[in-house]
Design a protein around this ligand. Structure first.
Ligand SMILES: Cc1cc2nc3c(=O)[nH]c(=O)nc-3n(C[C@H](O)[C@H](O)[C@H](O)COP(=O)(O)OP(=O)(O)OC[C@H]3O[C@@H](n4cnc5c(N)ncnc54)[C@H](O)[C@@H]3O)c2cc1C
Length: 313
């Protein structure tokens, strides 16, 4: 049986997807949001969000996402909690979730990115309570505190250098004896008097409680086999991100990491009718407000395309 073709399907329910939904629903495009396995997206695993405009006193991540969802629902957005595992993007776009099939004239991709983590139990327990994966977001909370950063690439050097604005001392813990970061980033970090490197070392546990925050980490020297502890109040994991774009491989143009390429200052991908927004297409800013901004752009770009192909009404 032929299925109805949707005007617009939005993949993902983080700030990008929900903003796209608000705009599309208010333009009477009757959008369907497929929420994925993480309804609300990355902000669901954090606590205070202090930099999203409009909240003078800050807002809890999950509260912000609930407000955005209700705002999208108010204009009639439909939601389904499914994750798409396969897509065909030429012509009418067809999305598959197991045996379920969805067809749409336009697709807004807002599948986000996932911060790589160490996979420690204590890390997930203390995420948002002293543990963070985003220095821009959370550095401010660690004024005059001791901060530890894990990683050896450009992200780690950038985050560690940024965190010296706040922390009294910043330790960079790296599992090897040299960095992967570019020479410039390395030099900047080496020349910063607040940064101290701990080489050949992994973190095996983070100490603290959700109520009192982090108070230290257990270190393991991979060469000597010795264990030790380091006192710190902030712990930042800076080992990179994985854009959630695997299902679009070989159809959409991406960079070497998997971030979807869009035309400059637009959300157009290389396929007509497919628009990318939020962290899935942004390896630089990765903020809730930029994700929301490009979600808005994607919805407007998709609406214009629907008008062009005569499917807006
Ligand atoms: C711990 C932490 C704290 C942060 N704090 C802040 C902060 O204070 N301020 C700030 O501005 N930013 C913060 N960020 C960054 C911010 O969360 C992201 O920039 C933002 O969430 C990106 O929004 P997005 O909509 O692009 O994607 P995401 O929020 O990552 O949402 C992606 C969505 O796509 C869905 N999805 C993925 N794959 C599929 C699929 N195959 N099918 C269907 N759906 C799919 C997921 O279920 C999810 O709903 C933080 C991030 C983290 C990890």
């Amino acid at each position: 049986m032929a299925k109805d073709i949707e005007k617009m399907i939005i993949l993902g329910s983080g700030p990008a997807g929900l903003t796209a939904a608000i705009y599309a629903a208010r333009a009477n495009l009757d959008p369907l949001v497929l929420e994925g396995i993480e309804p609300g997206g990355q902000l669901m695993i954090t606590t205070d969000v202090d930099n999203y405009p409009g909240f003078e006193q800050g807002v809890m991540g999950p509260d912000l996402m609930l407000i955005m969802k209700k705002q999208a629902e108010r204009f009639g957005t439909r939601f389904e909690q499914v994750a798409i595992d396969r897509v065909e993007l030429d012509g009418t776009k067809v999305l598959y979730a197991g045996t379920n099939e969805y067809q749409t004239h336009t697709l807004v991709i807002s599948t986000g990115a996932t911060a790589k983590l160490l996979d420690l139990e204590s890390e997930s327990k203390l995420m948002g309570h002293g543990v963070s994966a985003c220095a821009t977001c959370d550095g401010f909370f660690f004024k005059d505190k001791v901060i530890a950063v894990v990683g050896g690439g450009d992200t780690a050097m950038e985050e560690a250098t940024f965190l010296t604005k706040f922390g009294s001392r910043v330790y960079v813990i790296h599992r090897r004896d040299k960095l992967r970061a570019s020479k410039t980033m390395q030099e900047r970090a080496f020349n910063n008097p607040k940064i101290e490197f701990i080489w050949d070392t992994t973190v095996t546990e983070i100490f603290g409680t959700p109520e009192a925050g982090v108070n230290g980490v257990r270190l393991h020297n991979v060469k000597s086999g010795e264990d030790s502890t380091l006192e710190c109040q902030g712990f930042f994991v800076a080992i990179g991100h994985n854009p959630n774009t695997e299902i679009f491989k070989n159809q959409l143009e991406m960079d070497e990491i998997g971030y979807i390429k869009v035309e400059p200052y637009s959300t157009h991908t290389n396929i007509a009718g497919v628009f990318a927004s939020g962290d899935a297409a942004d390896k630089i800013y990765r903020q809730a407000v930029t994700a929301a901004g490009t979600g808005c752009m994607a919805s407007l770009d998709a609406e214009k395309y629907l008008v062009e192909i005569g499917e807006a009404d």
